[in-house]
Design a protein around this ligand. Structure first.
Ligand code: COA
Length: 375
C-alpha cells in the first residue's frame, strides 16, 4: 500500500501549502488519485488525452468530447517558423530540458497569453506542440533533418514516437507511451508544480509558469532521476555486477537515482504499472541484461535500505526498450506533467493569494553600517 511518510523538518516537508482538488498522493487507499480516480485504473483503461481532459476540464470526457479534443490537439501541432529557426540555433550539446525551457518561453513570445481567458487555448497549444519542439530540435541537431511536426497519429503518445523515429510506432510502444504519459501527468504539490503555482500566484502568464516548472523538473532529485537511473543501470552488464555495484554505492553513501520518495513511505503506486510494461518490452526485444540488472538493483535497495523504486526507475528501461535516447527521458515527462502544471495554474488563479511564506532568520543581529572609506 503506497502510504505517506510522517514528515518533518526542512524542505517544507509535511506543511500544507495550499488546497487542491486535483490529486491525492500517499493517502490510504489508491496511493495516487487524479480528481478522485485511481491512477492505476486510468493507466489501465484510459488514453492520455482523457486524463489531460480530466485534469484541465474537471471531468472525464465522453467519447464525442474525447474525439473532439484529440482533433483539436492534432490541429495545433504545427510549429511556427520562427520557433523552428530558434530551435535550429540551439547546439546539439544542449540538454533537451534546456531546449524545452526555451521552446516554452519562445512560444509565449509568439503566442502570448494576454488574458487568463486564453489559458485553455494556450495550454492545449503547448500540449500539442511540445513533442514537436523536442523532436524537431533533436532530429535537426543530431541527424541534420528538418522534420514535419504534424502526423496522423490520433494521440500525443503515438505522435511523439512517430516524430522521434520517423515511422509509425507499434501498438505496444504507443500503448506503453500512453501509460507513461498518464503516470507522469499529475502529482500534487511536487517541486515543479509548486513552482508553477508560485509563479501563477503573482498573476504571471501561463508560459512563465510552465517555463519555471520545466527548470525545476530538470534537477536529478526531481524529473531528472529517470535519466540518472538509466546512466547507472547501463554501467552494469550482469546481475552480479549490478548487485556488487549497488552495494558499493550504498557503502560510499551515494544516492541511487530512481529510489525513495519525499511522500510515499513503502511503495510508489506508479512503479508496479511501469515495471510490468518494462518487463513486457524486455520480452518483446529479447533483453537479457537491462531488465535483470534493474531487478537486481531493486532487490539490493529493498534488502539493504528498505528503499523502493519510484516512478522513474523502471521508466528508464521501458524508454530504452522503445529506443528513446536517455536525454529525452525528462522532456517526455514535461510533455505529460504540463497538463498537471496547467491545471494547478488554473486552480491557483481561481482562488488566488500571492504565495509568500516567511523565513526563520539565522543571520547577524542588527548592526551599524560603516561607509566604505571608513572600513
Ligand atoms: N539512495 C540512497 N539513499 C537514499 C535514497 C536513495 N535514492 N533516497 C533516500 N535515501 C536515504 C537518505 O539519504 C536518508 O538517509 P539519512 O537519513 O542517512 O540521511 C534516508 O534515505 C531517508 O531519506 P528521505 O527523508 O526518505 O528522503 P527525502 O524525502 O529527503 O528525499 C528523494 C526524497 C526522492 C529526493 C530521495 O529519496 C532521493 O534523492 N531519491 C533519488 C532521486 C529520485 O529518484 N528522485 C525522483 C523522485 S520521484
Amino acid at each position: 500500500m503506497a502510504e505517506a511518510k510522517t514528515l518533518s523538518g526542512a524542505g517544507l516537508r509535511g506543511q500544507v501549502a495550499g488546497q487542491t482538488a486535483l490529486s491525492t498522493v500517499g493517502q490510504s487507499g489508491a496511493g495516487l488519485t487524479y480528481r478522485g480516480y485511481d491512477v492505476r485504473d486510468l493507466a489501465r483503461g484510459a488514453v492520455f488525452e482523457e486524463v489531460a481532459y480530466l485534469l484541465l476540464y474537471g471531468e472525464l470526457p465522453t467519447q464525442p468530447q474525447l474525439d473532439e479534443y484529440r482533433t483539436k490537439l492534432k490541429l495545433l501541432r504545427e510549429l511556427p517558423q520562427a520557433l523552428k529557426e530558434v530551435l535550429e540555433r540551439i547546439p546539439a550539446t544542449a540538454h533537451p530540458m534546456d531546449v524545452m525551457r526555451t521552446g516554452a518561453s519562445f512560444l509565449g513570445n509568439l503566442e502570448p497569453e494576454v488574458d487568463s481567458a486564453q489559458q485553455y487555448d494556450a495550454t492545449n497549444r503547448m500540449v500539442a506542440a511540445f513533442p514537436g519542439i523536442m523532436c524537431y530540435w533533436y532530429r535537426f541537431a543530431h541527424q541534420g533533418v528538418r522534420i514535419e511536426t504534424t502526423t496522423e497519429q490520433p494521440g500525443v503518445a503515438g505522435h511523439f514516437l512517430e516524430l522521434l523515429h520517423g515511422k509509425t510506432p507499434s501498438d505496444l510502444h504507443r500503448q506503453v507511451m500512453d501509460v507513461s504519459l498518464i503516470l507522469y501527468a499529475e502529482h500534487e504539490f511536487n517541486a515543479s508544480t509548486f513552482t508553477a503555482r508560485v509563479c501563477a500566484s503573482t498573476l504571471s502568464d501561463i508560459h512563465s509558469c510552465i517555463t519555471g516548472a520545466i527548470g525545476t523538473l530538470r534537477g536529478p532529485l526531481h524529473g531528472g532521476a529517470n535519466e540518472a537511473a538509466m546512466a547507472m543501470i547501463e554501467r552494469f552488464s550482469t546481475v552480479d555486477e549490478a548487485t556488487r555495484g549497488t552495494l558499493d554505492m550504498l557503502e560510499r553513501k551515494e544516492k541511487i537515482m530512481g529510489f525513495g520518495h519525499a511522500i510515499y513511505r513503502d511503495s510508489d503506486p506508479r512503479n508496479e504499472i511501469i515495471k510490468d510494461w518494462s518487463r513486457m518490452l524486455a520480452d518483446e526485444c529479447g533483453d537479457t541484461v537491462i531488465f535483470p540488472v534493474s531487478v537486481a538493483i531493486d532487490r539490493v535497495m529493498w534488502e539493504q535500505k528498505k528503499l523502493f523504486p519510484n516512478a522513474d526507475f523502471y521508466h528508464a528501461s521501458a524508454y530504452r526498450f522503445m529506443g528513446i535516447p536517455t536525454e529525452l527521458f525528462t522532456p517526455i515527462f514535461v510533455c505529460s506533467r504540463l497538463t498537471g502544471w496547467a491545471a494547478h495554474v488554473f486552480e491557483q488563479r481561481a482562488n488566488n493569494r500571492i504565495i509568500r511564506p516567511s523565513a526563520e532568520y539565522t543571520g547577524h543581529s542588527e548592526r551599524q553600517f560603516v561607509a566604505i572609506n571608513q572600513r
